[in-house]
Structures are given as C-alpha cells and as structure tokens.
Unconditional design. Structure first.
Ligand SMILES: O=C(O)CCC(=O)C(=O)O
Length: 208
C-alpha cells in the first residue's frame, strides 16, 4: 500500500506488509503549554557522533529520560538519563493506557528549525522490547516522517513512499513489527523556520 498524506487527512490506521501505524492528529489539547514547558525546562544537549574519526554535531538537540536501569545506546552514544519532568510522567501514564503496556523511557528531540533532521533508521536496538509500540508525540512545526522498507526485508521497495505529516499535538503509534521491517527518517525542510519537539516513548527490556 502506498500512502502520501493529503492536507486535511483525518489520520487513522495505516498498514502495509510489516508496517503498522496509528496516527491521531491533534491528540493533545494542551500542546501549546507542553511545548513551552519543554522548551524552557528540558536540559537539551548537543550530542556528537564520530564518523571516520571526526566528531560531528547531531543536527538536533536531544535529551533522554528513563526509569532507573533503563540504559540505551543509539548511533554509538550511551544515553545519560535525566529525571522525568512531572508533566511527562502524567503524559506517560495516559499513553501507557492507550497502548496497553509500560513505557519506561523517553527520547526527546528538538529540531531548532527545518535545517535539523533525523537520518534513516529503525528503532530496533537490542535493548528495546520488540513487542512494544513506540509512541511518538509531535509539538510545534509540522514535519514529514517518511518510511521505507529495510533493504533486506524482502518487501517490495515500491511500497514507498509512505509519508506522514506530523503536526502540533499529533500522536503516532508505531506498532510491532514496524521496526523490524521498516526504516523511518525526518528529512530537512529548509523553508521551515519554526522549531519542533518530538517525544518517543519506548519500552526498554529490563533484566527479569
Ligand atoms: O522526530 C520524529 O518524528 C522522529 C524521531 C525518531 O525517529 C526517533 O526518535 O527515533
């Protein structure tokens, strides 16, 4: 199935082989207040990655909040956990009810303008519980999230493009087995001046 979202699209379920998405536009009524609070209170960090021996700043600011014992590495970076903000703990409870399982960790990304971006990847690190959804909330500027099948997924590349416009207060649930078969990315949008915050709530596997 090929899906290019059109303006005014009411959202809903989106599925293709190996892809399960639920898009709930304007899900959060208090999106303005949360955006302002996060811009002011989150200890945003500029992380760097090593590429061919050279340090490069990630094209976004980030922060990791998680329960004790939930460590996570991505792009070779071990995330140092910050304490949960009370507003985010409340949100987490609501989202846990919605998705029906625990969400013990949260990656926050701040895209300062359309020049900031996220490269093509899957949230399929071994620490993440593969049977859990990844629950993503967007605040601020509308940006496009694009999905494409993993090269060795056996899925036809013509299932592309799947693109979602994620606006202020929109919720996106990426349900299993999406991360096993599909990659996603947030491309640059040079004309976008405003910032965007994205929160991805996750479930890290913990030792039994
Ligand atoms: O900003 C987004 O919507 C995508 C974020 C993302 O892909 C991630 O945190 O893994």
């Amino acid at each position: 199935m090929v899906h290019e979202q059109t303006p005014g699209d009411p959202g809903g379920f989106l599925s293709a082989p190996g892809l399960r998405l639920r898009h709930l536009p304007r899900w959060l009524a208090a999106a303005d207040a949360l955006q302002q609070e996060l811009l002011a209170s989150v200890p945003w960090k500029q992380e760097h990655i090593l590429l061919f021996g050279k340090r490069h700043p990630l094209p976004r600011l980030t922060c990791w909040m998680a329960d004790p014992g939930c460590t996570y590495r991505y792009s070779g970076l071990e995330q140092v956990s910050e304490p949960w903000l009370p507003a985010l703990l409340l949100l987490r409870e609501q989202l846990e009810q919605l998705c029906g399982h625990g969400l013990n960790s949260l990656l926050l990304n701040l895209y300062r303008s359309g020049g900031d971006a996220m490269g093509c990847h899957a949230d399929d690190e071994p620490e993440l519980e593969p049977a859990a959804s990844i629950v993503s909330l967007s605040l601020g500027a509308t940006r496009t999230l694009r999905f494409k099948p993993k090269p060795r997924s056996g899925l036809a590349q013509e299932s592309c493009p799947v693109a979602l416009e994620l606006g202020h207060g929109d919720l996106l649930l990426m349900d299993p087995p999406t991360q096993q078969h599909w990659l996603h990315e947030l491309p640059r949008r040079k004309r976008v001046q405003q910032s965007r915050i994205n929160l991805t709530f996750r479930q890290i596997r913990q030792p039994a």
